[in-house]
Design a protein around this ligand. Structure first.
Ligand SMILES: [Zn+2]
Length: 123
């Protein structure tokens, strides 16, 4: 190992050496608890995003619903227990029990078709 690589290694090790030195110093001063609590805080800070990420992924997996629109058969993804509109036909849908359901029960949405007798305007 040449002197230069030794210097380079030392350069990269210096933050760690400083860290160890500080820990040792605080420990010798009877401030080991401070080091421990700092380590716990740093550990939590590092852990929190990981936990949040996996928690969010789990939540998303159990709440994402892929189904077909009951009206136009367009397949898309929605969140469970939410009300959405079909991106294809605009029908208001309710995501329930991992299925897409029409918000308005079938039959009631249909406006009763009134047959208007075709009369000629010439009468
Ligand atoms: Zn649709």
């Amino acid at each position: 190992m040449s002197f230069k690589t030794f210097q380079l290694n030392l350069y990269y090790l210096r933050p760690w050496l400083t860290f160890i030195l500080i820990v040792w110093l605080l420990g010798s001063l009877g401030l080991g608890w401070l080091v421990n609590s700092l380590l716990i805080i740093v550990g939590l800070l590092l852990l929190a995003p990981v936990v949040a990420f996996f928690g969010f992924r789990w939540w998303l997996q159990s709440n994402l619903v892929s189904d077909r629109c009951p009206v136009c058969k367009y397949e898309f993804t929605g969140l469970n227990q939410t009300q959405i509109n079909c991106p294809n036909c605009g029908e208001a849908l309710l995501v329930q029990k991992h299925r897409f359901q029409r918000l308005t029960p079938e039959g009631t949405i249909d406006v009763t078709a009134v047959e208007i007798p075709t009369q000629s305007a010439e009468d």
